[in-house]
Design a protein around this ligand. Structure first.
Ligand code: PEP
Ligand code: MG
Length: 539
């Protein structure tokens, strides 16, 4: 039995046979044509690759589609193309030129002082290998699995996972890779246990061996002995029983042991997300991050947005949908709309950007008001800091209503309007904002970032961004107090809503609506319905 350890990248346990993935390497020998014809072949390959990536985008789950969109956009990257053109002009064949340019480009990305961008090197490699394979006439579907298998390789790419039928990949072990790489992200979405950075020593012998993989601990046992196998099978059965129990809670209302009813809502970005959340028993959508509609850089028209919101309402099947107006800026950069600022988290972000770009805000509000005729839709403004800002946003909403009236277009007159409480100023002024609005939704992700002055996506200050903060807690108390005194509802929609101890604490403070990623809904429901002492024992 060989025991290896790596980094846990996707939770879960599995036992199965290993299929080692070997990449074809080295160009096929062929005569290099003149540079004009090599360039033409390359362009044709790019077109075909984009078609294939579009297909993968369609196969991917809603959360992972952007990964393939990124790869398609990457193929049009000026710097990369320039590098390829120069190599072809210098006498290289198309495939060799792409490999050469990809190497240079990846080195450049890996040397950037930004972890997120460094993780994208694997996507560049994935997209470029596709072009090389097309030019070499190789099949792109590298994972030709005959049976459900645990795949092992130096590195696994997003397209590897998505191109294979669901259920065929039981687990993933890679010698390199990273937890924040897109392949790991997809494996988490799909619930495939995965270990990355396991070192290359195991690879040579592993093909065809049985392996017991623990994606919680980041370890694997090749050719496991009987006691190890039995231990794994026992834990797998336990997990399955727990999953079954969670599923049985799907349609049960969430009532705490002391009789409080809690609404468990989902954070979503599109109708497909909403469908999945409703299937997991969500009581509605507490936060629709509408800016995800813009991530491909195109601004949908009012009519397109109207259709989108109708689809969202339909997916929610009569349950409420709270749509947050575009929150662009900071970590949510949108090509062509975001500004280049030195400090974007403190810049023209969220409602500030939208108030300076009425061409973005007005069509969105018009589409929302019209869609609200067809279901329980609510409107929410992001990044509000003061009651004056909220009033300005409300005034724009009134203007849009006026315009619709003048055009004789039907819309819902009494759509509830609320605000995110995600800046310390908004929490401190909650008693002044509350009389103006219908609900508060506390965004603890940003509230923590701004309270502790620690960029939420900067790994260098991760230790300064606490999971639990007394300071944030005080701001939440002020917010709840203001909401209660003014008789408006208050929810939490930041990540902390799904943190077991905090979810319980929020309910204890009188917050009866929590909104979170759909994957966490049933776990949180189970926890809130259990008597507290039992939970402490289990954790
Ligand atoms: C938040 O800030 O907590 C929040 C839910 O908004 P986002 O994560 O989209 O900024
Ligand atoms: Mg936020």
């Amino acid at each position: 039995m060989l025991h290896i350890t790596g980094v846990a990248a996707s939770a879960g346990l599995t036992i199965g046979r290993v299929k080692r993935i070997k990449r074809a390497s080295g160009g096929l020998t062929r005569v290099v044509l003149d540079s004009v014809r090599e360039k033409a072949l390359f362009e044709a390959a790019v077109l075909l690759a984009k078609d294939e990536l579009l297909e993968l985008e369609e196969r991917a789950s809603a959360q992972d589609k952007d990964i393939f969109l990124f790869q398609r956009v990457m193929l049009d990257d000026k710097g990369l193309r320039e590098e390829i053109s120069q190599a072809i002009a210098g006498g290289m064949g198309g495939a060799a030129a792409v490999e050469h340019a990809a190497d240079i480009y990846m080195q450049r990305i890996r040397s950037i002082d930004n972890e997120y961008l460094r993780e994208r090197a694997a996507d560049v490699q994935d997209a470029c290998m596709r072009i090389v394979s097309i030019l070499d006439g190789r099949p792109r579907d590298v994972l030709l699995l005959k049976e459900p298998s645990i795949i092992a390789a130096d590195e696994i790419y997003p397209s590897d996972i998505v191109s294979v039928d669901k259920g065929m990949i039981l687990g993933i072990i890679t010698a390199t890779g990273s937890v924040q790489g897109h392949a790991a992200i997809i494996s988490r979405t799909m619930g495939i246990p995965a270990i990355v950075q396991a070192g290359g020593a195991f690879l040579e012998e592993c093909d065809g061996q049985t392996v017991a993989l623990d994606g919680f601990a980041g370890e694997a046992f090749f050719c496991p002995d009987e006691p190890t196998k039995t231990r794994f099978l026992h834990r797998i059965a336990q997990l399955e029983r727990h999953e079954k129990k969670l599923q049985s809670l799907k349609d049960t209302p969430c009532i705490t042991p002391d009789g409080q009813t809690v609404q468990l809502m989902a954070n979503c970005s599109c109708p497909e997300d909403i469908e999945q959340a409703i299937a997991k028993g969500a009581d509605g959508v507490g936060l629709l991050r509408s800016e995800f509609m813009l991530m491909n850089g195109r601004i949908p028209s009012e009519q397109q947005q109207y259709q989108f919101y109708l689809r969202c309402l339909k997916a929610a099947n009569g349950k409420p949908v709270t749509v947050r107006t575009f929150d662009i800026g900071a970590d949510k950069e949108v090509e062509g709309i975001s500004l280049k600022e030195d400090n974007p988290a403190l810049g023209l972000r969220g409602i500030r950007l939208c108030l300076s770009r009425r061409d973005l805000l007005e069509p969105q509000l018009a589409a929302l008001l019209r869609a609200a005729l067809h279901g329980p839709l609510k409107i929410m403004f992001p990044m509000i800091a003061t009651e004056q800002e909220f009033s300005v946003a409300l005034a724009v909403l009134d203007e849009v209503k006026q315009q619709l009236n003048e055009k004789g277009i039907a819309f819902a007159q009494n759509v509830p309007v609320g605000t995110m409480i995600e800046t310390p100023a908004a929490a401190l002024l909650a008693d002044r904002i509350a009389p103006l609005c219908d609900f508060f939704s506390i965004g603890t992700n940003d509230l923590t970032q701004y309270t502790h002055a620690a960029d939420r996506v900067n790994p260098l200050v991760a230790d300064y961004y606490p999971q639990y903060s007394e300071a944030v807690h005080k701001l939440i108390e002020m917010t709840v107090d203001a909401a209660q005194k003014n008789g408006i509802s208050v929810s939490v929609c930041g990540e902390t809503a799904a943190t077991p101890e905090l979810a319980r604490r929020y309910v204890g403070m009188g917050i009866h609506t929590l909104s979170m990623a759909a994957v966490s809904l049933l776990e949180v429901k189970e926890l809130l319905m259990e008597p507290p002492q039992k939970t402490t024992e289990r954790n």
